[in-house]
Design a protein around this ligand. Structure first.
Ligand code: HEC
Length: 497
């Protein structure tokens, strides 16, 4: 049954013919409870996914993105991009409203509870979700009736054709643009930023930041902060952990007094978000098998110089393996920790034993003479782009080849390739896909290219997670790997071949 979240009388259709074009600002007479000046598209009361009534009028003065969503659609992975938009722009005034609808291909058959379970469970959605509505046909809800009527809503393309169409509303509550499903959330960024720029300037973030206690070198367990996981100190002012998530992560770092963030992850760092909190980035990616002497020297110099300004945070993706290995090697090189205590702190960070190369980097480090460090060129990029898209694909393919050998050996190190560590290869693959997912190429491609790449990245991540957790279920591992290969082929079929 379709739950119709309608608390108002749908009289829009009756008045539409008379003063059609002028209606966008006019307040329809169907909602006498709301104040008369509310913009038409926000002059509705709707039920949220828990059944609580929400008056859309409260979003006036925000930039609003309305999306009709569904759980079983080819576009469903767009949830991920939408959540990223939410994480990135919510504090600057973007509100995303998700309206589940079962109008297309019966791809949203579930109850509100099931939908909520799905989007929070699978996609960790934090933006506002509503109770299921109809967005087309005889039982269309009044909001979508208004949005899809080009006579009443300037910018509307008319009827909704499929799941995951979007309406962007400016701070004045007027529809700016209607996008079809193929326009990915990432592709909306420019338009969203233009609308956000119309909002009154936000009060300065820096200054209002609450100071919080950072981790201590004496901690024997990881600490968690909002938007940060696996946080471990390798020196009183040198902290390793996960990539900061959203405003919360950067705010927590600023609260600890951190001034510089060093990313050793392949993914492109969120430099803009960091800047808002007065934090600067240095991007020096490393591999899962450790790093060479040149990269180590760069990391050592970058850390030594940066710590003069204040605490330094070093991160990879999870904050367990690569950033811990780098932090340990740096701390030994700068004479802060002995190799033994550095390795002990890697165990606290949770570095998996399989990452032998990372442990070796720490264990084999020695104090580096300051004259050697001084000789390193101190020009470190905010964003480092080591791979072009094609080069990245070639590297991905090499790893995929090695994983094939690993699969044939029963998801273990192949006898003829004693150097191959399954979890390391899977991790590299996930890292490269993450990197490519944030590359310029994605911004230039249209359609579902970005979400396909995200999907591949997630599958690689899942394979890595299974291997980290020590799964020996070869059937399950092979099935995961099969899904990953299928996702490569599906994208190639559409965008390459
Ligand atoms: C989102 C789409 C997408 C996904 C997912 C994807 N690829 Fe690709 N891949 C491409 C495109 C596009 C090209 C062509 C690049 C070009 O020539 O500009 C390409 C090129 C390649 C190439 C040829 C590189 C060369 O020498 O020109 C290989 C090999 C490859 N991909 C392997 C993989 C593997 C393995 C995976 C999965 C783990 C994968 N790709 C996932 C889009 C994708």
């Amino acid at each position: 049954m379709i739950l119709r979240a309608i608390t108002i009388v749908a009289s829009v259709a009756l008045v539409a013919c008379s003063s059609a074009l002028a209606r966008q600002d006019a307040s329809p007479a169907q909602a006498p409870e709301t104040k008369p000046t509310v913009p038409a598209a926000l002059n509705f009361k709707m039920k949220d996914i828990d059944g609580k009534e929400i008056n859309l009028a409260k979003y006036e003065g925000k930039v609003v993105l309305m999306v009709n969503v569904a759980s079983k659609c080819g576009y469903t992975p767009q949830y991920e991009g939408l959540e990223q938009l939410h994480q990135r722009f919510a504090k600057r005034g973007l509100v995303i409203l998700g309206f589940p609808a079962n109008n297309f291909g019966k791809q949203e058959p579930g109850t509100d509870e099931q939908i909520k379970e799905f989007c929070t469970g699978k996609y960790d959605v934090h933006f506002q979700m509503f109770s299921k509505v109809s967005v087309k046909g005889d039982d269309i809800c009044p909001l979508y009736k208004l949005l899809t009527d080009p006579k009443q809503t300037r910018g509307s393309l008319g009827e909704i054709n499929w799941n995951f169409e979007k309406f962007l509303l400016g701070p004045d509550g007027k529809v700016v643009k209607h996008y079809r499903s193929k326009t990915t959330p990432e592709m909306l960024i420019d338009d969203i930023v233009v609308q956000l720029a119309k909002l009154p300037p936000q009060e300065e973030k820096i200054g209002s930041i609450k100071s919080i206690e950072g981790p201590k070198v004496t901690d024997v367990a990881v600490r968690e902060y909002p938007g940060l996981q696996n946080v471990v100190a390798y020196h009183e002012d040198f902290i390793s952990g996960s990539a900061p998530e959203g405003d919360d992560g950067f705010e927590a770092l600023a609260g600890m007094g951190v001034k510089t963030i060093i990313s050793v992850d392949g993914a492109i760092p969120n430099v803009d978000e960091a800047k808002k909190f007065g934090l600067r980035y240095i991007h020096l990616p490393i591999g899962y098998n450790g790093f060479d002497e040149d990269r180590k020297l760069e990391l050592v110099r970058a850390t030594r110089d940066a710590i003069e300004d204040g605490p330094v945070y070093i991160h990879c993706h999870h904050g367990k393996h690569r950033s811990a290995g780098a932090a340990a090697a740096i701390a030994v090189s700068l004479g802060w920790l002995s190799p033994e205590s550095a390795v002990a702190r890697m165990h606290i960070s949770g570095t998996a034993p399989d990452y032998k190369g990372l442990f070796a980097c720490a264990a084999n480090s020695k104090v580096i003479d300051s004259s050697v460090i001084d000789a390193v060129v101190a020009e470190f990029p905010e964003v480092s782009q080591p791979h072009g898209f094609v080069k990245g694909m070639v590297e991905i393919d090499e790893i995929a080849e090695r994983l094939k050998g690993i699969e044939q050996a029963g998801w273990a190190t192949p006898a003829n390739h004693p150097d191959l560590v399954p979890v390391v290869e899977a991790g590299r693959l996930a890292d490269l896909l993450r990197f490519l997912a944030a590359s310029d190429r994605v911004a230039r491609e249209s359609g579902d290219f970005a979400s396909r790449l995200n999907e591949s990245q997630k599958l690689a991540q899942r394979l890595e997670d299974l291997l980290i957790d020590g799964s020996r279920d070869t059937t399950h591992l092979s099935a995961q790997y099969g899904n990953l290969n299928a996702s490569c082929n599906a994208c190639h079929a559409e965008y390459r071949d």
